[in-house]
Design a protein around this ligand. Structure first.
Ligand SMILES: NC(=O)c1ccc[n+]([C@@H]2O[C@H](COP(=O)([O-])OP(=O)(O)OC[C@H]3O[C@@H](n4cnc5c(N)ncnc54)[C@H](OP(=O)(O)O)[C@@H]3O)[C@@H](O)[C@H]2O)c1
Length: 286
C-alpha cells in the first residue's frame, strides 16, 4: 500500500510527512504492566514500517522495557540506521527515566535528555522534540516556561529543528509561543472533549501539527466504541482502520501515530491510508 488518501502535512512548514505515522512506545513493552517484548520482532516491525513508506516515527528515550534495558531508540537505530531520506524521528523530553520508570524532570534535565536522544539515535540534529509536561493530561496552571526556554536554547544552538508540546492546554501553548515557535502538539485522543477540540482547532488555524495518541484503545472515544464497528462493517475494514481514518478525517493538520509491536497490526494500520470515510460515516462517528 503506497498511496495515502490523506496526504502529507509539513511540520513547522518544511518537514512534510505522511499523515499516518508510527508510535514506538509499544516496541519494548505493550503497556505499563506488560512484560518486555522480543527486540527482533520490534526491529522487524520498524523495517517493515519503513518499507511501507512510514516516514514519521514517534519515540522517547523513556520508552523502554520494564527493566530499562531495551530502549525504543536503540531499536530504531539498530533497525533503520542509516536512516532513509525523509524519515522524521520525533522524540520527547521532560520525564526522566529512574529506577521505577519515568518521573517528571526539571529544566536542568532538558539538555542531558536531548543529548541522550542524539547519541542513541545517532543524529546530530533532532527534527522534532516535544516538551512533555503531563501524564496523559495537561497539568493545569503549571508553568512550562523554564523547561521550554531550556529546550528553545538547544534549538537556537542547532541541535533541534522544531519544537513541540505534549499533554498541554491552551494556556501552555500561549506561554510556550511567547518563548519560541511551536510546530506540533501531542495530546491524548479525545475528539468529543471540548478542550481538546478547541486546542486542535487553534492548532489547525496556526498550522501546528496536532498528533493525538491513544486513538486505538487507550484514548477517550476510541476504537472500543461500537460506532467504529458499525462503520468498519460498511467498508469491510477493521475498527482500528476506521479509528485511524476518523482521526485523519477530522482535520488536515492531524497526524496519526498508531503504536504497535505487531507486524500484522502495523500492516493493518498502514492500510488505513486508503480508507476514505463518507460524510455519512463521519456523521455516525461524530
Ligand atoms: N505524549 C504522550 O504522553 C504519549 C502517551 C502515550 C503514547 N504516546 C505515543 O503515541 C503512540 C500511540 O499511543 P498508544 O500506543 O498508547 O495507543 P494506540 O496507538 O491507541 O494503541 C496501541 C495499542 O493498540 C494495539 N494495536 C495497535 N494496532 C492495532 C490493531 N490494528 N488492532 C488491534 N490492536 C492494535 C497495540 O497492541 P499491539 O502492539 O499488540 O498491536 C497497543 O496495545 C505511542 O506509541 C507513543 O509514541 C505518547
Amino acid at each position: 500500500m503506497d498511496h495515502s488518501a490523506y496526504g502529507t502535512f509539513a511540520i513547522g512548514g518544511d518537514l512534510a510527512v505522511d499523515r499516518l505515522g508510527f508510535g514506538a512506545m509499544r516496541l519494548a513493552r505493550n503497556g505499563p504492566d506488560a512484560a518486555a517484548r522480543d527486540p527482533e520482532t520490534a526491529r522487524a516491525v520498524l523495517r517493515r514500517a519503513a518499507e511501507l513508506g512510514v516516514d514519521h516515527i514517534d519515540t522517547a528515550d523513556f520508552y523502554r522495557s520494564p527493566d530499562g534495558a531495551v530502549r525504543a531508540n536503540d531499536l530504531i537505530r539498530q533497525a533503520l540506521f542509516p536512516y532513509p531520506p525523509g524519515l522524521l524521528i520525533a522524540t520527547k523530553v521532560g520525564p526522566v527515566f529512574g529506577p521505577s520508570g519515568p518521573t517528571q524532570g526539571t529544566a536542568a534535565d532538558i539538555r542531558p535528555a536531548v543529548e541522550a536522544n542524539l547519541a542513541v539515535l545517532g543524529l546530530d540534529r533532532l527534527d522534532l522534540v516535544y516538551l512533555r509536561i503531563g501524564w496523559r493530561t495537561p497539568p493545569r496552571g503549571e508553568s512550562l516556561g523554564e523547561r521550554f526556554e531550556a529546550l528553545a536554547a538547544l534549538r537556537a544552538e542547532g541541535l533541534i529543528r522544531h519544537l513541540g508540546l505534549s499533554n498541554v492546554d491552551q494556556a501552555h501553548l500561549s506561554e510556550a509561543q511567547r518563548i519560541a515557535p511551536v510546530a506540533a502538539i501531542q495530546n491524548l485522543f479525545d475528539p468529543a472533549g471540548a478542550d481538546e477540540a478547541a486546542l486542535a482547532q487553534r492548532a489547525a488555524a496556526e498550522q501546528i501539527a496536532f498528533v493525538p495518541f491513544g486513538g486505538l484503545g487507550s484514548g477517550r472515544g476510541s476504537a472500543r466504541d461500537e460506532r467504529y464497528a458499525t462503520v468498519a462493517r460498511r467498508h469491510d475494514a477493521t475498527v482500528a482502520q476506521v479509528a485511524l481514518a476518523h482521526a485523519l478525517a477530522l482535520s488536515p493538520n492531524i497526524l496519526a501515530i498508531p503504536g504497535t509491536g505487531s507486524l500484522a497490526h502495523l500492516e493493518e494500520n498502514v492500510a488505513a491510508r486508503s480508507l476514505t470515510l463518507t460524510p455519512d460515516d463521519i456523521a455516525v462517528l461524530g
